[in-house]
Design a protein around this ligand. Structure first.
Ligand code: URA
Length: 419
């Protein structure tokens, strides 16, 4: 069938078969389908949707566009984690060491910052000397030696996702359930972990603004993963405010280290423990949540989890001493406060806007979060910047990003778990 006919079928809301979807994905991936035609296809999918079978076909076709990573030489249990993207989300830097210290093996291929969201790779590379460019051999050797490696995913892992994502970014077709599910799950299935935990975010800082859309996405991802014979659990978590206090690569690394020492913000700690617990339960390393959390707290108290992070840093070329001496990490010359203009309670934040601002400066450190009371002049966030002008511009922009009201409702962080 001609590609234009396939696109037209989707534009008319018809269901596509495996061969038709494969023709589109492989055609675009290899340059035989133009950006223009692919945009029509993506828009048709966003407008008319794809059912779970079509989305699974798309996912498999995307996996086949590249060179999946064969983890058969990695000792079980092999686990993986993925977040659909947020602001201040440094949980991979916490969950990785936690589960590796518990005896699980995580070969984590991570992405760079996308749009307003941060990327684990940018965070890890903010540690002087650390490299995330690992060959497949290095990745496997490191995981078999210490249980953890975090590498940047190369373009050839899932080239179709690479190309499609870039086009989606330009054509306003990012926030579409089927396209996100295929994008996320193709990258997970292309790496051979048998147990996967997903953090599907919703709220003002997430691609999915509404809980119900995030739930639909989570269910779809679990279904695709289960059909591919992987164990997949998805947490649905709230992104109506940045996760933790730190936003910005170096500040987030510091916060991850504090969390591994048991001194992190409550939300980062809670989400990391829940994600790690799910992996422990699914792999049979813990019998239930209580058991998992008991082991994880013990790892934090004994310093094992922190040492694991130090091992990771050393193995990937950095100075492991940063875990004991945060002053070895870069810092910003200017720190200026964004203060409250009125008294009340922090009731809402434009987290997408905050994510964008954070990219123009060294980082932001929130001293107040939703539900906190503020008086006029209280510092809501410290802006860490390279110049005074940069800090002042960020402070001006932040004024529109934080709402202070007479009362505030604090929503739960983890709203649902899909198995
Ligand atoms: N994260 C992904 O990996 N893909 C998407 O499409 C959105 C978030």
């Amino acid at each position: 069938m001609n590609v234009r006919d396939i696109i037209s079928k989707k534009q008319h809301g018809e269901t596509l078969g495996a061969g038709e979807i494969d023709a589109i994905i492989q055609g675009f991936s290899t340059g035989r389908i133009s950006d223009r035609d692919m945009t029509k296809f993506l828009k048709a999918v966003c407008d008319n949707g794809m059912d779970s079978t079509e989305t699974a076909y798309m996912t498999q076709s995307m996996v086949m566009s590249g060179e999946p990573i064969d983890l058969s030489e990695v000792n079980p249990p092999k686990v993986d984690k993925h977040s659909t993207g947020g602001v201040g989300d440094k949980t991979t830097l916490v969950v990785g060491p936690l589960v590796a210290a518990a005896g699980l093996n995580m070969a984590k291929m991570s992405g760079r910052s996308l749009g307003h969201t941060g990327g684990t790779i940018n965070k890890l590379e903010a540690i002087p000397g650390v490299t995330t460019r690992l060959s497949k051999k290095q990745l496997i050797e490191q995981v078999n030696t210490m249980g953890l490696a975090i590498a940047s995913q190369s373009e050839d892992l899932v080239p179709a996702d690479h190309k499609i994502y870039a086009l989606r970014d330009k054509t306003g077709t990012v926030a579409c359930t089927s396209l996100i599910a295929a994008s996320v799950m193709s990258k997970k299935l292309a790496v051979g972990a048998d147990t996967i935990v997903l953090d599907v975010k919703f709220g003002s800082g997430a691609f999915m603004k509404e809980f119900n859309d995030a739930k639909e996405l989570a269910e779809l991802c679990v279904k695709i993963g289960t059909a591919a014979e992987r164990k997949v659990v998805a947490l649905i978590s709230n992104m109506d405010q940045p996760l933790g206090r730190a936003v910005g690569n170096v500040l987030e690394v510091k916060e991850a280290i504090e969390t591994l020492k048991g001194r992190g913000p409550r939300d980062v700690t809670e989400l990391s423990l829940e994600l790690a617990s799910e992996l422990m339960i699914q792999t049979g390393t813990a019998i239930n949540k209580e058991d998992a959390r008991g082991s994880l707290f013990a790892e934090i108290d004994s310093g094992q989890a922190l040492d694991k992070f130090g091992e990771l840093i050393q193995s990937q070329g950095g100075d492991p001493e940063v875990i004991n001496d945060l002053s070895l990490l870069p810092s910003a010359p200017i720190v200026d406060g964004f203060t409250a203009a009125t008294a009340g309670y922090i009731s809402a934040m434009d987290v997408e806007g905050i994510g964008r601002i954070s990219k123009k400066v060294f980082g932001l450190m929130f001293l107040k979060k939703i539900g906190d009371e503020v008086q006029v002049g209280d510092v809501i966030a410290d802006v860490h910047a390279n110049t005074i002008d940069q800090a002042e511009a960020a402070i001006r922009e932040l004024k529109d990003m934080v709402v202070i009201a007479k009362r505030a409702i604090v929503e739960p962080l983890i709203c649902s778990v899909i198995r």
